[in-house]
Design a protein around this ligand. Sequence first.
Ligand code: NAD
Length: 255
Amino acid sequence: MTSKTIIVTGGTGAIGLSIARKFFETGCRVVILDLFQEKIDALTAEINNGNFTGFACDVTNENEIQMIFEKVFERHKSIDVLVNNAGLQHVAYVEEFPTEKFRMMLEVMLTAPFMAIKQALPYMKEKGFGRIINMASVNGLIGFAGKSAYNSAKHGLIGLTKVVALETAPYNITVNAICPGYVDTPLVRNQLQDIAQTRNLPLEKVLEEVIFPLVPQKRLLDPAEIANYVYFLSDDLARGITGQALVIDGGYTAQ
Ligand code: NAD
């Protein structure tokens, strides 16, 4: 994988950054895209290496994506791996779910991956190599009350994954979705904290009583486990895997 160029959207977030670090540590050129310039500047300053760069970018803006991909290709001469990872959560039952929020979440987690894939494919085809990994979720496979927008977007993202995999199969490009269960990230810890407050329970009790009964391994996943999976799928060893929704969930969906 050395000297490959990888673009990670949502790259300052917990899972995105773990993916970015994994690829950087193994000699790849990493470009992170995320909303806030200060966070990107802080990370790139900390790592201080020309092979770890980033752009402030709203992934729902196709012009921005197009311009950034042009710059990345100009600089690194390839776009080998695209990880569509940017995402967000909002939990409310359908009748209380703001329609604008529903639209926005589909834009970020479904339309934006479509646009990024569309912009990346010509570069991948030119080089005869490409790996596209879409960060779905177990919520792309099963329902969860209160998560209508998130689950709709993630189910759709798996559909998109299959279609693009079929369209790109002749070009040495693979397209897969990863479906994590609960990962130990601020996004999940905040949700647990909310449940803890509502139920007047300590956080550890929420894990024991609400989350662990759902997860046979009785633990949260580490972001590094997701990063390792993305890394494996990007390698030549995984060239036969395409169009799949690959689950990493501690056994959650086996039940
Ligand atoms: P996170 O909140 O730490 O990271 C998400 C990142 O996406 C943030 O940095 C955010 O700024 C960025 N983002 C949001 N909207 C954006 C936009 N319009 N343009 C550019 N960037 C934008 O969350 P995370 O836990 O690291 O989640 C990363 C991905 O993994 C998400 O797609 C999430 O749905 C998925 N996922 C997470 C878990 C989990 O347990 N944390 C489980 C399954 C799937």
